[in-house]
Design a protein around this ligand. Structure first.
Ligand code: HEC
Length: 240
């Protein structure tokens, strides 16, 4: 074998090795335990992230959100503060494994959405930037960044949708969990369900209606009861 050939072969082998090392995280299937932890983490990220926009609803709807309070930097700090309070520990975006991947993807998606919708935030007006709309945009970006390792969905029962785009059959189209989620929502229990079905771990987290949710939804013609079921956040994670 000539020197040149040996060199090419070596480079080829190295390239193959590098590519497989790079693609391992995307392809590696998680253990059931890790997947259940990741589902909980997604719940925490999405709940606290959406809470940042929820807290701002009075000023957004009044068209009075102070500009410096809704810059991407200010909102990301708000998110980190809420996360730390809820988790009892600071958000560690350097963490290894799928949890670290999920945190980085969530922060990236959050930042990108509040940057893109800066105009809605500062101009404001009734329903100019509601939590559910924000959450749906962030989850769309998040799901793309996670490339199938974790998928997150927010939805509600067909009879209580304000925006038909968030129907379970649409947001969970093609998901093996769609029928399960539809059944759980129909039951309307407020208890979370975290379980494995086949090769998928599902984290199902119902949302409870607070007075502000009911009041605002009523303006959109929806009759709901305080303390009742108000939709669900779902995590879907393939496992080995
Ligand atoms: C300021 C008004 C406002 C508040 C406050 C609000 N919502 Fe909504 N919500 C909306 C609007 C408007 C939509 C439709 C969003 C869209 O068009 O994307 C919506 C959509 C939703 C959806 C998606 C399904 C659907 O109906 O389209 C869920 C789930 C939801 N809200 C739950 C809640 C919960 C739970 C709270 C309180 C913790 C809450 N919302 C607070 C206005 C509000």
């Amino acid at each position: 074998m000539s020197q040149a050939n040996a060199g090419n072969r070596f480079r080829f082998a190295l390239t193959v090795a590098l590519f497989s090392a790079m693609s391992v995280p995307a392809l590696a299937q998680l253990s059931e335990d890790t997947a259940k932890q990741a589902a909980q983490e997604l719940r925490l990220l999405v709940t606290e992230g959406t809470g940042v926009i929820g807290d701002l609803q009075p000023v957004i709807n009044a068209g009075k959100a102070p500009k410096e309070q809704v810059t991407p930097d200010a909102l990301v700090s708000q998110f980190k503060a809420r996360y730390q309070k809820a988790a009892g520990a600071a958000l560690d975006t350097k963490a290894a494994g799928v949890i670290g991947d999920a945190r980085r993807a969530y922060v990236q998606a959050f930042t990108s959405v509040v940057t893109r919708f800066q105009g809605n935030l500062t101009k404001g007006g009734q329903d100019a930037f509601v939590p559910a709309f924000f959450r749906a945009q962030v989850l769309k970006d998040f799901n793309q960044l996670m490339r199938g390792k974790i998928q997150g969905y927010a939805t509600n029962r067909d009879s209580e949708l304000i925006n038909g785009d968030w129907a379970v059959q649409k947001v969970m189209k093609g998901s093996p969990l769609a029928a399960d989620v539809q059944g759980l929502m129909a039951g309307g229990s407020l208890d979370p369900v975290v379980k494995r079905t086949g090769n998928t771990v599902m984290g199902y987290y119902p949302m409870k209606l607070a007075p502000a949710c009911v009041a605002c939804h009523a303006q959109n013609g929806l009759k709901q009861t305080e303390g009742g079921f108000g939709g669900a956040l779902v995590a879907e994670i393939p496992v080995k």
